[in-house]
Design a protein. Structure first.
Length: 181
């Protein structure tokens, strides 16, 4: 078996519980950590502070993946098709800059790939894509109760109303890229 070629990507597409649940199902994804990025206040933000919208942070996930199995480009396509990249600072009922669509690139190569994917994906949407593209400066892991949220709370109302339909869409659109359940 070939050695793993582990890389990381950091994206935000609304509530991190949703995006974490999506990427935990993708082949080649080794780990998904919910957290915060993009803020301009010192220290480590808390969920409550980020939800206030005052820190400038977005709810994001940091994905560790094996690029021998799944490419950064494929992960971006999954990201762009499992949230609405055309709504500014909003995903469904979640509103505020903390829910913005954002790609935090880790390298110039990731930036180039992301620019290409954003340009290509624009043809699939009626409205303009508003996904922010920024260099990753700092990633703060979220509190423990936000990690693996869907896996631990599948029967909770938000999970059944918002995350489960998102996962059904993922299975319909990207079944060949998913882990066997």
């Amino acid at each position: 078996m070939a050695d793993k070629n582990l890389e990381q990507m950091t994206v935000g597409g609304g509530c991190f519980w949703c995006t974490e649940a999506v990427f935990n199902q993708v082949k080649g994804v080794e780990k998904v950590v919910s957290g915060y990025s993009g803020g301009k206040v010192p220290g480590t933000p808390t969920y409550r502070e980020v939800c206030s919208g005052l820190t400038g942070h977005a709810e994001v996930i940091q994905i560790t993946f094996d690029s021998n199995i799944v490419s950064f480009e494929d992960l971006l396509i999954i990201f762009m098709t499992t949230h609405d990249p055309t709504t500014l600072n909003r995903q469904g009922a979640d509103r505020g800059t903390q829910y913005r669509s954002v790609i935090f690139y880790h390298s110039e190569k990731q930036k180039e790939v992301a620019e290409t994917v954003l340009k290509e994906m624009a043809t699939y949407y009626e409205d303009p894509i508003v996904t922010e593209l920024s260099s990753l400066e700092k990633f703060h892991p979220a509190e423990d109760n936000h990690q693996d949220y869907y896996a631990k709370n599948q029967s909770q109302g938000y999970c059944t109303a918002v995350i489960s339909p998102k996962l059904a869409k993922l299975r319909k659109m990207h079944s060949e890229k998913l882990k066997s359940l």
